[in-house]
Design a protein around this ligand. Structure first.
Ligand SMILES: [Fe+2]
Length: 190
């Protein structure tokens, strides 16, 4: 499940309905798809799209998206750092940024017109729609692994428009990972 952090307020949101409500307040759609497909790590893009064909059709109907593809990278992907450098400084797009995370993790930072910058850590099973025009940037987590379905209204509209604000440089791309939250039961010491 996703995790939202608002560094300026020293606040973390970890509860799914609270995350969805907070993001909705910024025009961002967030859903959890619990019926995730059982796909091999080596499954080709076509198999990923096939496994989620029903869901993709629903999203296309809902949001006017016409195409879908799969981004699939690991730490070993040639040119990865150059690819990431296109998206890890503040930018916006002429169309929505829609991602369903199939595997791995990633970190969006959102810079709203009013209010502090916040981070959304996404992981497998998370669907996110960042509306067009939203100022944001994206990083991978330290493990450099993500496989995600991307949906486009018009792929040419997805060119990053950089703000050159420098705001992104004030935030470290820190992910906490699935084990960030300690168990709530009593602490047992050996
Ligand atoms: Fe983007």
């Amino acid at each position: 499940m996703a995790l939202v952090r608002i560094p300026e307020e020293n606040r973390t949101i970890e509860d799914e309905p609270a995350i969805a409500a907070f993001l909705a307040g910024h025009g961002i759609d967030y859903e959890r798809w619990t019926d995730t497909a059982d796909l091999a790590a080596t499954a080709p893009p076509e198999a990923v799209l096939e496994a989620y064909a029903g869901r993709i059709a629903q999203l296309k109907a809902r949001g006017g998206y016409v195409t879908a593809d799969v981004i699939d990278v690991t730490a070993e992907t040639p040119g990865l750092e150059g690819m990431l450098a296109r998206f890890n400084s503040e930018h916006w797009h002429d169309e929505d940024e829609v991602r369903f995370i199939v595997e791995g993790r990633g970190l969006f930072h959102i810079h709203p017109p009013q209010g502090p910058v916040f981070a959304i850590e996404v992981e497998a099973g998370d669907l996110i729609r960042v509306p067009k025009g939203t100022h944001h940037w994206f990083d991978l987590c330290a493990d450099r692994r993500i496989r995600a379905i991307r949906l486009f209204q018009d792929p040419s509209g997805w060119t990053p428009q950089y703000t050159s604000s420098g705001v992104d440089r004030a935030f470290q791309p820190l992910c906490f990972g699935p084990r960030y939250f300690p168990p709530t039961g009593p602490t047992v010491t050996a």
